[in-house]
Write a protein that binds this ligand. Structure first.
Ligand code: ZN
Ligand code: ZN
Length: 338
C-alpha cells in the first residue's frame, strides 16, 4: 500500500504527531483529496484537547482544506479527478433527517465535522463527502483559499444574511483572524464599516482594510461611539471575550442585530436594550459547501484576501502553537508541497 504523511492527535491534549499512514480509499459518495494547503483554526483545539463529545482518537485535525480530487468513490457523479476543491467545518449531511428535510442542511443530526468526526486536512490526502466540497476558482492559490473555508465563509455568510443593506452602518468587533476578513467583506458589500478593537495600534490596519471608522475600546465606550454615528444595523462579534461582546450592544440602531460568531463562554445581555429598540442577538453557523463556493468566488471577485503565515506539514505542531498563541497575523496555513 502506498503511504502518506499525516499529523494526528492520539489522546486529549496530546501532541500533534507526524506519522506515516496508508493512503485512504474513498467509499461510496466520497472523494479523495490530495491536500495542497490546510488552514489552522482555533476550533482545531476541540480535536487536540479532546473537547468534542464522542471524539475518537487517533484523529487528524484540519477543516480549512484545499487540494485536488485524485480519486472518487462509487456513486459520485458530479465531481471528477483533477478538480480543485475545498472542504470546511461542515463535513456533509444525510439528506434524510428532519433538519435536512426542512432544507436546513447545516443542522443535519448526523453532524459530520471535518477533522473532528473524521480525519481532516493535516495530511497529504483526506477523504471528504461529495456533498461537502466546494469548487475552488482558478484565480485563488491553495494558501489563499484555505482560510476562506472557515474564517472566510463564517464572516462572509454571516454578513450576507443580516438585514443590513448597502450604505448601512455595520460594526465588526475584533480584528483577528475572523475580524480582518469580516472588515474586508463588509467594505466590499458596501456597508459603512466600523472596526472595533482594543488599542490605538490596530487603527492603521483597520483603515488599510477599508474601514470607514475605527473605535478603540481601550480609550472609548464602543456603544456610545456607535450611537454617535447613528447606531449600527448589524454588529458582527468575532471576539471570544463575552465582556467585549456585552460592551457593544448599546451601539445597535433600532431593529439592529448583534450577530455572534466568536465562541465566548458567556455574555451579559440587557433585556431593556433589546425590547426598547426591538433589537436582537443571534448566532451564525459557518455554512455548507455552496456557501463556501460563494465565499471563494466573492473573494476572488472583490480582492478579499486573508493575511497568512505558512508552515510546511512537518512543522504542523509549530503552526498550531503559533495559532494558539494568538500572535499570528492573521491566519496560519499548513502546506504539503503537493
Ligand atoms: Zn474553523
Ligand atoms: Zn441530515
Amino acid at each position: 500500500m502506498a503511504k502518506m504523511r499525516a499529523v494526528q492527535v492520539t489522546r486529549p491534549k496530546g501532541p500533534l504527531e507526524l506519522v506515516e499512514r496508508e493512503i485512504p480509499e474513498p467509499g461510496p459518495g466520497q472523494v479523495r483529496i490530495k491536500v495542497q494547503a490546510c488552514g489552522v483554526c482555533h476550533s482545531d483545539s476541540l480535536t487536540q484537547q479532546g473537547l468534542w463529545p464522542g471524539l475518537q482518537f487517533p484523529r487528524v485535525p484540519g477543516h480549512e482544506v484545499v487540494g485536488v480530487i485524485d480519486a472518487i468513490g462509487k456513486d459520485v457523479t458530479t465531481w471528477k479527478p483533477g478538480q480543485r476543491v475545498g472542504v470546511g467545518w461542515h463535513g456533509g449531511y444525510c439528506g434524510r433527517c428532519e433538519p435536512c428535510r426542512r432544507g436546513e442542511l447545516f443542522a443535519c443530526t448526523k453532524g459530520l465535522v471535518t477533522g473532528v468526526t473524521h480525519d481532516g486536512g493535516y495530511a497529504d490526502y483526506t477523504i471528504a463527502s461529495d456533498t461537502a466540497i466546494a469548487l475552488v476558482p482558478e484565480g485563488l492559490s491553495a494558501v489563499e483559499a484555505a482560510p476562506l473555508m472557515c474564517a472566510g465563509i463564517t464572516t462572509y455568510n454571516a454578513l450576507r444574511h443580516t438585514s443590513a443593506v448597502p450604505g448601512n452602518l455595520v460594526g465588526i468587533l475584533g480584528l483577528g483572524g475572523l475580524g480582518h476578513l469580516a472588515v474586508q467583506y463588509a467594505v466590499k458589500m458596501g456597508f459603512r464599516t466600523v472596526a472595533i478593537a482594543r488599542g490605538k495600534d490596530k487603527e492603521p490596519l483597520a483603515k488599510q482594510l477599508g474601514a470607514w471608522k475605527y473605535i478603540d475600546t481601550q480609550a472609548q465606550d464602543p456603544s456610545a461611539e456607535l450611537a454617535k454615528l447613528g447606531g449600527a444595523k448589524t454588529i458582527i462579534a468575532t471576539v471570544t471575550a463575552g465582556e467585549a461582546m456585552s460592551a457593544v450592544q448599546g451601539g445597535l440602531d433600532i431593529n439592529g442585530s448583534l450577530i455572534v460568531i466568536g465562541a465566548a463562554e458567556s455574555m451579559t445581555i440587557s433585556p431593556l436594550i433589546l425590547l426598547m429598540g426591538r433589537r436582537s442577538i443571534k448566532g451564525w453557523y459557518s455554512g455548507t459547501s455552496i456557501d463556501s463556493q460563494d465565499t471563494l468566488n466573492f473573494s476572488l471577485l472583490t480582492g478579499v484576501r486573508s493575511m497568512n503565515e505558512s508552515f510546511p506539514l512537518e512543522r504542523a505542531n509549530e503552526a498550531y502553537e503559533r495559532m494558539m498563541s494568538g500572535k499570528a497575523r492573521f491566519r496560519v496555513v499548513i502546506t504539503t508541497g503537493n
